[in-house]
Design a protein around this ligand. Structure first.
Ligand SMILES: *Cc1c(COP(=O)(O)O)cnc(C)c1O
Length: 371
């Protein structure tokens, strides 16, 4: 029988995730599967937790990878913190803010949304106004809005919440491992990420961190967490403490892979990792502008790991992406929602963020667009 796996070729992943996976992470995935209660595996779990504390810049003891992709991390944060009729404020300027609104609404929260134009950041004075007029149990925002390439002012919003009893919930799926995420310093109570963006692991795990006061709130809920699989009060008995209690079978090999990818970041040094993303971003923007292409986001609010550019007049959106994929073996991302057909998204996430990759995509675009 034919095996489709034999058709897989090396594709340079320059879309909005997944990103390129380093060889040592593939090697980690193919190590022998241990049992989920095996003493060595439990030591590996402990190492993963320690590395996450470093990368997330936190001391939160509830810091674990959730079994599932970034959206599972989003669900985990909301399902554990929201009780019915809780007032929740969500700041929206792209697809993932919208997704938060949907997730929180399904849990019976009273969701208030502040919306901002896609491609622009959350505006602080509007948030401040809103916080003056109403009290919220949770405020949620996306740090790196992957659908547009905008960086939101997460640190400044955290400052506004200082001294308030509002829980601060932050999506760091795309930001973690590419730009600074200072969970404790910014006063974040619930933070989630994903393995396949700047951590450069395949998709499948979502690192999550809860502050002590957020964890206390979860343990003191009036009603049970309505989702058994993502209930942190149960997960903590498997991931923490001396005697581990089986909850669900951990995705063992994915945890090996996350372990290896976190080690790579710590070994390279976080400052160096950030600088590499920034340098590649600068090189890409310069190259695109030299080709006469224009960026969506204004320079002050650009993410290094997700670069949105306007599709030039006359270019065939899907046709160009198809040629990139088929002839040049490069994947880039399309626009989403109101930006569909208007922008392309070039990811420089994690292992993908290398000058030779930037030059490769620039060279390919130059040829395809005939510039
Ligand atoms: C990719 C992404 C998600 C969703 O993650 P999945 O792994 O696709 O479930 C959530 N938020 C942001 C900002 C993302 O970029």
């Amino acid at each position: 029988m034919e095996n489709k796996l034999n058709e897989i070729e090396d594709v340079l992943l320059m879309g909005p995730g997944p990103s390129c996976v380093p060889e040592s992470v593939y090697a980690a995935l193919s190590r022998k599967t241990l049992g989920h209660m095996d003493p060595l595996f439990i030591e590996i779990m402990d190492e993963v937790k320690k590395l996450l504390l470093v990368v997330m810049q936190t001391q939160n003891r509830m810091t674990i990878p959730i079994s599932g992709t970034g959206s599972a991390g989003m669900e985990t944060c909301f399902v554990n913190l929201v009780e019915k009729d809780d007032p929740v404020l969500i700041l929206i300027n792209g697809v993932f803010g919208k997704r938060m609104q949907d997730v929180a609404s399904r849990l019976g929260a009273r969701v208030d949304a502040l919306e901002f134009e896609w491609g622009t950041p959350v505006l602080l004075d509007r948030v401040e106004e809103k916080l003056k007029s109403s009290h919220y149990r949770i405020l949620a925002v996306v740090h790196a809005e992957t659908s547009t390439g905008v960086k939101n002012p997460v640190e400044e919003i955290g400052r506004m919440l200082q001294g308030k009893d509002t829980f601060y919930l932050v999506d760091a799926v795309t930001s973690l491992g590419g730009i600074r995420v200072a969970t404790d310093e910014w006063g974040v109570d619930a933070l989630y990420s994903g393995s396949q963006k700047c951590l450069s692991c395949p998709p499948g795990l979502s690192p999550v961190s809860f502050s002590n006061r957020a964890l206390e709130a979860v343990l003191g809920r009036k009603t049970k967490v309505p989702n058994w699989y993502l209930d942190l009060s149960l997960l903590t008995q498997y991931w923490g403490g001396k005697s581990r209690v089986y909850h669900h079978t951990a995705p063992i090999n994915m945890i090996y892979a996350l372990y290896q990818s976190l080690l790579l970041i710590v070994e390279e040094g976080f400052e160096n990792v950030c600088r590499r993303h920034q340098d590649c971003h600068r090189r890409l923007v310069q190259g695109l502008e030299a080709l006469g292409l224009a960026m969506l986001v204004s320079p002050d609010h650009r993410l290094p790991m997700l670069n949105s550019l306007f599709i030039p007049e006359g270019a065939d959106d899907a046709g160009v992406r198809r040629r990139l994929r088929n002839e040049y073996k490069i994947e880039i991302g399309a626009g989403l929602g109101p930006l569909a057909g208007k922008i392309w998204r070039i990811g420089l996430m994690g292992h993908t963020a290398r000058p030779e990759n930037v030059d490769r995509v620039l060279g390919a675009l130059k040829e395809i667009l005939g510039r």
